[in-house]
Write a protein that binds this ligand. Structure first.
Ligand SMILES: NC(=O)C1=CN([C@@H]2O[C@H](COP(=O)(O)OP(=O)(O)OC[C@H]3O[C@@H](n4cnc5c(N)ncnc54)[C@H](O)[C@@H]3O)[C@@H](O)[C@H]2O)C=CC1
Ligand SMILES: [Mg+2]
Ligand SMILES: [Zn+2]
Length: 277
C-alpha cells in the first residue's frame, strides 16, 4: 500500500470496489464520515450519474468520481461546495476533491471538439480527449495565475475586491495572458490594479487552486514607486497596512495568507508557516 493521495491517468470503470465521491452543481455529497463513500454502495443509490471517472488512489485504494446531472437526495447526506472543504477538514481529502472537480469539469466541457464540433473520445491510458475527425487532443486545462505580496519595510500592500467577504483584504493576483512571462504578468497586474511599480521580484512557491482550474504562482516584490490608485470595478480599496495592524486576512490554507504570514514571521523572527500544496 502506498500511503496518501496519488492521482492516476485512468482506472477501469468495470472493476468493482474502491471509494467514490459524487459531485453535482451543489458541490460534493458528504455524510458524517465525510465525502468518501464505498463505491458499490454509492452506485446503488439511484443517482443521476452523468459520467464516472477513475481519478486516483488514496492509501492504495482506487477512488472514482461520479458526476451527477443534478443534486440528488440521499438520506443522511448533504451537499457542500469545494470551498467549504478547503476552509476546514482534512487537507488530503480536499486535494482529492479538488482534483475530482477539475477532472469532472474538464471532461464535461470537452465532450465535443473545440475545432470541428464532432464528439470526442477518451484516449486510452491517458487523461486526454481525442477528435478522430481532425486529430485534435485536449488535455485538462490549467490557468497560471500570479499572486504577489508587495512590501515596503513594515508595511504590506493589501487590497479588496468587491467579491471578497466583508472586511477581508488580500494580496494582488491575476491570470497570465498569452505572451507573458510570470514576471511580466505580475508587473502588469500590479500596474493595472493599483498603479504601483515593483522591484526585486522573488518566487516563493505555488499552489493548486481548483476554482475552477488555476495554478497560483506566489511571489514577493518590493515597492519601487507610485501612489496607490485602485482599479475601477476590480479593486474596491487598496492600502498599505503595518504588519502590527493587519485587517481580516484570507483563509489560512490559501497561498495569499501564506505569503502574508511568511513575511510577517520573517520580519518578527517567528517560526515560518508551511505552504499547503
Ligand atoms: N489561492 C489564493 O490565495 C488566491 C487565489 N486567487 C485566484 O487567482 C485567480 C486570479 O485572480 P483574479 O484577481 O480573480 O484575476 P484577475 O485579476 O485576472 O481578474 C479576473 C478576471 O480575469 C478574467 N479571467 C477569468 N478567467 C480567466 C482565465 N482563465 N484566463 C485569463 N483571464 C481570465 C475575467 O475577466 C475575470 O473577471 C482566481 O482564480 C482567484 O480565485 C486569488 C487570490 C488569492
Ligand atoms: Mg486580480
Ligand atoms: Zn475535431
Amino acid at each position: 500500500m502506498t500511503p496518501g493521495w496519488i492521482t492516476t491517468t485512468l482506472l477501469d470503470n468495470d472493476a468493482p470496489g474502491g471509494w467514490a465521491v459524487a459531485r453535482s452543481r451543489e458541490g460534493f455529497l458528504h455524510d458524517t464520515n465525510g465525502p468518501l463513500f464505498p463505491r458499490e454502495w454509492l452506485k446503488r443509490q439511484d443517482l443521476p450519474v452523468f459520467a464516472e471517472h477513475g481519478i486516483g488512489h488514496l492509501d492504495g485504494e482506487p477512488v472514482y468520481l461520479l458526476e451527477l446531472d443534478s443534486p440528488a437526495d440521499v438520506p443522511g447526506c448533504s451537499w457542500q461546495g469545494l470551498r467549504g472543504f478547503m476552509l476546514q477538514g482534512d487537507h488530503t481529502l480536499y486535494k482529492v476533491l479538488g482534483y475530482a472537480a477539475q477532472i469532472g469539469t474538464w471532461a464535461r466541457e470537452h465532450r465535443f471538439c473545440g475545432s470541428c464540433g464532432q464528439a470526442m473520445v477518451q484516449v486510452p491510458r491517458e487523461r486526454a480527449m481525442y477528435c478522430q475527425a481532425c486529430d485534435l487532443r485536449s488535455y485538462p486545462r490549467i490557468s497560471p495565475s500570479m499572486i504577489v505580496l508587495v512590501t515596503r519595510g513594515d508595511d504590506i500592500l493589501l487590497a479588496r475586491s468587491p467579491r471578497f467577504v466583508t472586511g477581508v483584504y488580500s494580496t494582488l493576483a491575476g491570470f497570465a495572458e498569452p505572451g507573458e512571462s510570470a514576471e511580466d504578468c505580475l508587473i502588469r497586474e500590479v500596474r493595472e490594479e493599483v498603479q504601483l511599480e515593483v522591484k526585486n521580484i522573488q518566487y516563493m512557491g505555488s499552489q493548486c487552486w481548483p476554482f475552477p482550474h488555476s495554478m497560483m504562482l506566489g511571489f514577493h516584490a518590493e515597492y519601487a514607486g507610485g501612489d496607490i490608485v485602485p482599479q475601477a470595478d476590480e479593486i474596491e480599496d487598496a492600502q498599505w497596512f503595518n504588519i502590527h495592524e493587519l485587517p481580516p486576512l484570507p483563509a489560512s490554507r490559501s497561498i495569499a495568507r501564506y505569503l502574508i504570514d511568511l513575511y510577517v514571521a520573517r520580519r518578527l523572527g517567528h517560526a515560518e508557516p508551511v505552504l499547503p500544496g
